[in-house]
Design a protein around this ligand. Structure first.
Ligand SMILES: C[S@@+](CC[C@H](N)C(=O)[O-])C[C@H]1O[C@@H](n2cnc3c(N)ncnc32)[C@H](O)[C@@H]1O
Length: 252
């Protein structure tokens, strides 16, 4: 699939891995967990996964630095997490080891758009804030549905950016500098070119794709700040990101 004249999907993924999800960004990304509410995310996920037996091994796609992985373990699940970025996975291993979770987690490098997992085996697939980063998000959704067992549950949390005013942009750059202890990295020419080419599907489009892929009991809803990281984090980050949740179930 051609993303634009200059890059195809593999180029986009390499650029994202090298320029967006590299060691520097992994460190910065991880520090945002200081502003995150573990309890709110735990409440949200345990509600969404209420029908999935405790002890089951869930599949987390784009597991990042392990924030959601750790919460899933605290809910009683085992987790197989995959991520494109070795730098993000290295952070995840460190965080999960510090939290004493590694005996319930398997992490590996992998591509959401071509999952290295057998079909029809997992009780639940979870992803948070992954789909907007992908050149071919529909391919990733098809992969998630493929690996679900009959009756299995898919929970995708994603979001959409909204335009930030100048004041909000500076505020979020300042927060980034304080959290990371570095100047913002505005020098990433290739990433700047491709980021406008990412499809960034909206919630209804994701729900629509999942319906076409045969999922049932589909639901889509916006997540208010009070159910996620709270208004303070949103304000500090420039209030530019609105999360939503799409879920569904594979028929038995
Ligand atoms: C915004 S971060 C979200 C991380 C984590 N899910 C969380 O909620 O904290 C996006 C993650 O998706 C990963 N990612 C990007 N493209 C991917 C792909 N094609 N396959 C797997 N992971 C990918 C990135 O490396 C990064 O860790």
């Amino acid at each position: 699939m051609s993303i634009n004249a200059a890059y195809d999907a593999q180029d986009v993924k390499s650029i994202m891995r090298e320029e967006r999800w590299n060691q520097r960004h992994a460190r910065a990304y991880d520090r945002y967990r200081w502003l995150s509410s573990r309890q709110r995310w735990r409440d949200l996920l345990s509600r969404e996964l209420a029908d999935v037996a405790v002890g089951a091994e869930l599949f987390e796609v784009g597991s990042g630095t392990g924030f959601i992985t750790e919460i899933l373990v605290s809910c009683g699940y085992r987790v197989q997490g995959i991520d494109l970025s070795p730098a993000m996975l290295a952070r995840a291993s460190r965080n999960l080891a510090a939290a004493g979770c590694m005996n319930r987690v398997r992490l590996s490098v992998g591509d959401a758009e071509a999952l290295d997992a057998p079909s029809g085996q997992v009780e639940a697939v979870v992803s948070r804030w992954l789909l907007w980063t992908l050149p071919q998000p529909r391919r990733a959704l098809a992969e998630m549905v493929r690996i679900l067992a009959p009756g299995g549950v898919l929970v995708c949390i994603d979001g959409q950016f909204q335009e930030m005013g100048a004041f909000a942009r500076w505020r979020s750059a300042l927060v980034d500098m304080v959290l990371t202890g570095r100047l913002p990295d505005w020098r990433s020419p290739a990433y700047s070119q491709i980021k406008g080419a990412l499809p960034c599907l909206d919630g209804p489009a994701i729900a629509n794709s999942l319906q076409q892929l045969g999922l049932v009991d589909l639901s889509f809803r916006w997540l208010p700040a009070k159910d996620t990281d709270g208004k303070v984090k949103n304000w500090l980050m420039g209030s530019a990101w609105n999360s939503y949740l799409v879920s569904g179930r594979k028929p038995k």
